[in-house]
Structures are given as structure tokens and as C-alpha cells.
Design a protein around this ligand. Structure first.
Ligand code: MTE
Length: 608
């Protein structure tokens, strides 16, 4: 702070919550299986944890409980801890009544109990040079964690991982989890990361607006060099070439015609009174952590393959990637038909008595770690099959996969392998890089915001499946738009969620998504520490949606400048806009000036 030429002190912002809005609400079926075992089918991201809790609730050994999860109709983090209570209540009822019991939440109950994203109150102090280079940032963050601890302690780590996307010089923070009279909060897709990305941009924009500087150049000047990145992230950074953000940043400027469109936006704003546009380019750095994950691959007599993994399919494409990895891994046997193995693979439900230590599907790394667990199994199976293949090839010239497997059965080769993938220190943490340019148009009369265009470039390393990963970027980004622009999840003074149905809770629709949406996968190539050189895809792109919020703020600032020009210097309201999230229509309308038409008419009459 002492090095700064200017300081902004004690500025405050607030952030709201967000509901998961999965298609399928919380549900479970518990069936006493007649063999002293309670079998529970649960829609849950962490069957292993439900298993342990159910055993404790029933007072039985863990081997008398079995939790099965086939797939979820969406999870987004909301089917972790909260689903344990649902599955356990269901099991207790089934145990008492000794008959099958089913629970499912109607949407209203689900919305009230699920908790959602953590609301926050942030106070920041920032110091910077006259050039816009930031020298110090100090943050005091109060996180509304609700009545029970849940997974809230992970929040601060997540926040820091995304906050450090800029070189703040010196960074000091005090993050407190607060107990309140609200339902406990769970981890919603990019928990803490999305709020931190927002905080970083608010600080940058505040500096720009205070000194009428160009916000894009303030972003530019505060992006990390590899050296500063090393200071902030140490173990996760990797080699200089792995830091792809500067290349992405420049590439995006040219693929989105950023500078040209910035001029066009200025021209549009000069020519239009009742509509204003904004355009912003925003970077993200998102730290992820690999976790241990089990896998099991078995080859059946007819050559078909059955796979079990710790990860749960919830729409993120985990099964697709696992299937691909199995076909690739076993294909290394190299005999007739191995190029078509994909069709022979079936991934089956997670079963806590069949594959243990499944952990939690979260943090955007479960798909890759499940793939790695499968790759390890396939490696073992290939090692067992290759000697037999070589022996057989001495007798026959061509060997089909089915024949090889039949012979393996005859020769008692073990055709089932399990593994537990455990990341080592050098592969545990890494950073994801991406950037987005968004352009919006704000209607000053109605407060409506239209997203005209979004361009994203995202570093996937070598994507395991570009089609799945593109879907993840688009889906995450749109869910982020919901958080920043639409979704109000309010409570009354007793802590009861009052926006609790599909009529009052507004998620994005086809009309909300960008009219032009260009997503490009940046292939940063081979990397020995990543699973098949790939990178995470599920959560980081959500934080890119902050670009829509920044851009809306830019458009509102234009509207307020115009308002000031109509009101005269005495009535001049500030052009600094602290735009809350979500920036809903009423919020935008109010900031653009509820009386803007009146002001314009008065100004026109006075002028004439
Ligand atoms: N995509 C869909 N369609 N449905 C979901 O529930 N969950 C997200 C993301 N993408 C989700 C999704 C969340 S919260 C996470 S953590 C990641 O997927 C999980 O991906 P992973 O299997 O790679 O860890």
C-alpha cells in the first residue's frame, strides 16, 4: 500500500446466492434386501459418504449397506452433502417399516432445503500507481454459510485460486465463514471461484472508472508474468510455456476483432440515446486439484467390457470419456477388432460395495481421474493379454478380439482389474486458463440486457473429447449468466427462501444466451503431468460469465454519462457504477435512471 500513488479504501460489494436448478430434484429409494442389507438408490454425487452415514444411522456395520447411483439428472454440487440427509432419512424409514421407501422432493421443498451458492459481503482496499499497476489489495470477506458448516470451509481455497488471476503486488485477505439463520450452503459449480473472479473484476473496474482510464489496459498491465504467477501459485504453475493466458489474451483480441468492435461500440453509443452497448475482455485463471479415484474393468466371455468408476455421471460426459479411455486402453492389445472396442464398453452404476473409496464427484477433475483409474486397469489387462496373444499369433496369422478373450477364459487369465488412481505431488494441482469477450446492449427504457456476442478461448490441453468439452464451456457459461444477470434467490427475515418455484425463479432461456456464441478450444499440446494431456472442463468456464456483468456495467456507465449531460453539473450523479449481481432488469433500469426520459425532455426544452 505504501508504494501506491492512489488508494481506494473501504469499498463494499455484495453477492447473492444461486440455486442449482438440476432437472431431477433430490430423490432416493431404500429397499431392505432380505439379506440384512439396506440397498439405497440415491441421486448423489458422493455415494460413499451416504453409505457411511446410513450405516451409522441404522447402527449396522458398513457391509450391511449398499448405495447405488446410476446417473444424476444434474448435480452442479447440490447433490453432495444435501443428498446424504435424503438418502439416510429414506433408509431409516425403510429400516423401521421393513419395506421399500421412496422419497423425492417437490421443486419447492428442494429449493428451500438445498441452500445454494454462498452469498458474500466484500470490503476492499486497493492501492495502485498512476499507470494503473496495482501494488496492493486487501480484502475482508464475510461468507454467509448458513446454519451448519456443510462444505463451506473449502470456499476460501477456491476463492484464492481464482482471485489470483491478476498480479496484485501484495495480497492480504481475511475470509470469515459466518453462521446465519439460513439453510447451510453447499458447493455450487465453481464455488468461491466465481465470486472471486467477480471481486477481481470489480476492483479493476473501480480503478478504471475512478481515473477514467481504459479498463482493458488496466487488465493488461496487471496480468501475471510467469514470475509473478510463480509467486502467487508456487506448486501449480509449471513451466513458462504452460502459462498460455498471454497467448490466449492476444489471440482472442484478434479472433473477436476486439479493438475494432470497441470502436464500433463507441460509435453506437454516440448515435443512440435509448440503447447503449458495452464490450469487455476478461481473463480467468482457475486452479484445480486432482483427487484419488478408483476404477474397475472386466472383460466378459463374449468380449464385451464392463467398467465401474468412482466418478458419477451427471451430464458432464464422464461416462463418454471413460468409455473412450477404456477402448483406447484395451485397444493397445492390437488385434483384429480392437479399433471398434468403443461399442463393446458399458459403464455401469456406482455401487459402494463393488467399488469402494469412490469419494465425491466434484472439482472438475473426476472425469479425468476416473479415466486415469481406468487406464491403469487397462494397462494391467493388456499386460496379461499380450503374452497369450503372442503365443496364439505363432499358430494363426490373424487374431480377432473375441477369439483372444475366449482363449484367455480357457487359459484362466484374470480378466478383471481394479485400481485406485492416486495423483502425486507434481500432478495434484494445475492451472486452467481462458478468456472471454462479451458484448451487450442495454435498453435504457426497460432495463433489458441483450447479449449480442460472446467469444471464448479456453485452454483444454489436449481435450479428451472436444464435443463434450465445448458443451461444458457453453453450459457453464450460461449457468454463469444466470448467476450474474438473472437468478434472485431471496429469503425473508426468518431465513425462509421465498423465491421457491419455477414461476418466480428465473434461469437463462434461449433468449438469454448470446446471439452469436463463438467458443474455441485452445490446444496447448502434450503434457506429461496431465491425463492424456487434458485439462478440466466442468467448472472454470462458468467464471467467464463475469464478462457479461462487466460489459453490462460498461453500457450502464455510458447511460449515466448521458444522464449527467442532460442533468447539468449540479445534479450530476456519479458515473461510478457498483452493479450488484444479479444485474436484473429492475437493477439495470434503476441505474440507467428511472427518470431518464423526463431528464431528456427537460434538457431538450431548456436547450430550445
Ligand atoms: N454438467 C452437467 N450437464 N450437469 C452437472 O451437474 N456439474 C458440474 C460440471 N458440469 C454438472 C456439469 C460440476 S459442479 C462439476 S464439479 C463438474 O461437472 C464435474 O465434472 P468432473 O466429472 O470432471 O469432475
Amino acid at each position: 500500500m505504501a508504494e501506491a500513488d492512489h488508494r481506494i479504501l473501504n469499498s463494499q460489494i455484495k453477492l447473492g446466492s444461486q440455486y442449482y436448478f438440476y432437472m431431477e430434484t433430490q430423490t432416493a429409494i431404500a429397499v431392505p434386501d432380505g439379506d440384512n442389507c439396506m440397498e439405497v438408490y440415491s441421486s448423489i454425487q458422493c455415494p460413499e459418504f451416504a453409505h457411511d452415514t446410513i450405516a451409522r444411522c441404522l447402527g449396522v456395520p458398513a457391509h450391511n449397506v449398499r448405495v447405488k447411483t446410476r446417473r444424476l439428472g444434474g448435480g452442479f454440487g447440490g447433490k453432495a452433502v444435501k443428498s446424504i440427509a435424503v438418502a439416510s432419512a429414506c433408509a431409516v424409514a425403510a429400516y423401521k417399516l421393513n419395506r421399500p421407501v421412496r422419497i423425492y422432493m417437490d421443486r419447492k421443498t428442494d429449493m428451500i432445503m438445498s441452500g445454494g451458492r454462498h452469498p458474500m459481503k466484500i470490503t476492499y482496499n486497493v492501492g495502485f500507481k498512476s499507470t494503473g499497476k496495482i501494488t496492493a489489495l486487501k480484502l475482508d470477506i464475510l461468507i454467509d454459510s448458513g446454519m451448519f458448516v456443510d462444505v463451506s470451509p473449502i470456499l476460501s481455497d477456491h476463492m484464492l485460486g481464482s482471485l489470483k488471476k491478476y498480479d496484485w503486488g501484495a495480497l492480504s485477505f481475511d475470509i470469515k465463514l459466518c453462521k446465519t439463520n439460513l439453510p447451510s450452503r453447499a458447493a455450487m459449480r465453481a464455488p468461491g471461484d466465481v465470486q472471486a473472479s467477480y471481486i477481481a473484476e470489480v476492483v479493476i473496474e473501480h480503478i478504471a472508472s475512478t481515473f477514467s482510464m481504459d479498463v482493458d489496459s488496466i487488465r493488461n498491465i496487471n496480468l501475471h508474468t510467469h514470475n509473478s504467477l510463480n509467486l502467487f501459485f508456487a506448486s501449480a504453475v509449471g513451466e513458462p510455456l504452460e502459462y498460455t493466458l498471454p497467448s490466449i489474451w492476444d489471440k482472442l483480441a484478434s479472433t473477436s476483432s476486439f479493438y475494432h468492435r470497441t470502436k464500433m461500440v463507441k460509435e453506437f453509443n454516440r448515435c443512440h440515446k435509448w440503447k447503449k452497448r458495452g464490450i469487455s475482455r476478461v481473463p480467468i485463471v482457475h486452479e484445480v486439484k486432482m483427487r484419488s479415484t478408483p476404477g474397475k474393468v472386466s472383460i466378459l466371455r463374449d468380449g464385451s467390457i464392463v467398467v465401474e468408476v468412482g466418478g458419477i455421471e451427471m451430464g458432464q460426459g464422464l461416462w463418454t470419456k471413460v468409455k473412450q479411455m477404456t477402448a483406447y486402453g484395451l485397444g493397445l492389445v492390437k488385434c483384429g477388432g480392437t479399433q471398434d472396442l468403443l461399442e463393446k464398453v458399458r459403464v455401469i452404476e456406482a455401487d459402494t460395495l463393488s467399488v469402494i473409496q469412490g469419494g465425491m464427484t466434484a472439482g472438475s477433475t473426476t472425469s479425468v481421474s476416473s479415466c486415469e483409474a481406468v487406464r491403469l486397469c487397462c494397462k494391467v489387462l493388456v499386460e496379461r493379454l499380450v503374452p497369450l496373444k503372442q503365443r496364439l499369433m505363432e499358430q494363426i496369422r490373424s487374431l480377432e478380439w473375441e477369439t483372444l478373450i475366449l482363449e484367455a477364459y480357457r487359459n484362466s487369465v484374470n480378466l478383471s482389474a481394479s485400481s485406485l488412481y492416486v495423483p502425486n505431488f507434481s500432478t495434484m494441482h494445475y492451472l486452467n486458463y481462458a478468456a472471454a469477450v462479451s458484448e451487450v446492449e442495454v435498453n435504457l427504457i426497460t432495463g433489458e440486457t441483450t447479449i449480442l456476442q460472446t467469444d471464448i478461448i479456453y485452454d483444454y490441453g489436449e481435450s479428451l473429447n472436444p464435443a463434450v468439452d465445448l458443451g461444458q464451456i457453453e453450459g457453464a457459461y450460461v449457468q454463469g449468466i444466470g448467476f450474474f444477470m438473472l437468478e434472485e434467490y431471496n429469503t425473508n427475515s426468518d431465513g425462509l427462501v421465498i423465491i421457491n418455484n419455477t414461476w418466480t425463479y428465473k434461469i437463462p432461456t434461449v433468449d438469454t444466451i448470446p446471439k452469436q456464441f463463438n467458443v474455441e478450444i485452445f490446444n496447448s499440446g502434450n503434457h506429461k503431468n496431465r491425463v492424456l494431456s487434458s485439462k478440466a472442463s466442468g467448472e472454470p468456464p462458468l467464471t467467464l460469465a463475469v464478462s457479461v456483468h462487466c460489459t453490462t456495467r460498461a453500457a450502464i456507465t455510458e447511460a449515466r454519462r448521458q444522464l449527467v449531460s442532460w442533468s447539468g453539473p449540479n445534479e450530476a450523479s456519479s458515473t461510478l457504477v457498483q452493479l450488484e449481481a444479479p444485474a436484473t432488469m429492475p437493477v439495470v433500469k434503476e441505474l440507467c435512471g428511472l427518470d431518464s426520459v423526463q431528464k431528456f425532455l427537460q434538457w431538450t426544452i431548456a436547450k430550445n
